[in-house]
Design a protein around this ligand. Structure first.
Ligand SMILES: C[S@@+](CC[C@H](N)C(=O)[O-])C[C@H]1O[C@@H](n2cnc3c(N)ncnc32)[C@H](O)[C@@H]1O
Length: 171
């Protein structure tokens, strides 16, 4: 799995195919390594990991894929959640809220029930300044057509978020 070309910054490369997840579309769009570099945080777990094997630049010690079903596995330590989109997203987000230690990367769809239930319980909410360039499993990197938000739960994840990433609300 090859990463697309990186040009620095949180957003990543400026390759152009727009990325809009849709019902029935692939969940296999991965977080750009530039975001992890900007976060400078190592996670204990990524419970939303590809069946083909962990995304090599996701800085986590342990991974669960769909066959293992990260939703029903034990979660320990600081957890990275870039959930599959669709009906399962609110379940992963709720699990992280209850776990209380980690970061969620979500579309900044502030009107959704999932966002409105989780955001008030986050330690920090950070609306990213730049559009992310997600990376598909075949290596294509594409600029997202929607803005993204990070929700931090707990002190460790909260410390990684700040104005260098975007507009940051501490609660
Ligand atoms: C948006 S991608 C994020 C991948 C990676 N964690 C990252 O941050 O780049 C969501 C991933 O969750 C996986 N997935 C879907 N359902 C899952 C489940 N029930 N348990 C674990 N992983 C799942 C998908 O196969 C996909 O690779």
């Amino acid at each position: 799995m090859a990463a697309g070309r990186g040009t620095g910054g949180v957003g990543g490369a400026s390759v152009s195919a727009p990325y809009e997840p849709a019902v029935g579309a692939t969940h296999e769009w991965y977080t750009p390594p530039t975001l992890f570099a900007a976060l400078d945080l190592v996670f204990d777990l990524d419970p939303c990991s590809p069946m083909a094997g962990p995304v090599p630049w996701v800085p986590a010690a342990r991974f669960y894929d769909a066959a293992e079903n990260g939703l029903v596995q034990p979660w320990q330590g600081c957890v990275w959640v870039n959930p599959p989109y669709g009906p399962v997203l609110p379940r992963f987000l709720h699990r992280l809220v209850e776990h209380g230690n980690g970061l969620a990367l979500l579309p900044a769809r502030t009107e959704t029930r999932a966002f409105q239930a989780a955001a008030p319980r986050a330690t920090v909410v950070c609306f990213l300044r730049e559009r992310l360039h997600f990376i598909r499993e075949d290596g294509l990197q594409a600029r997202s057509t929607y803005p993204s938000v990070l929700l931090a739960f707990g002190d460790q994840a909260a410390a990684a978020l700040g104005e260098h990433l975007g507009w940051t609300v501490r609660q």
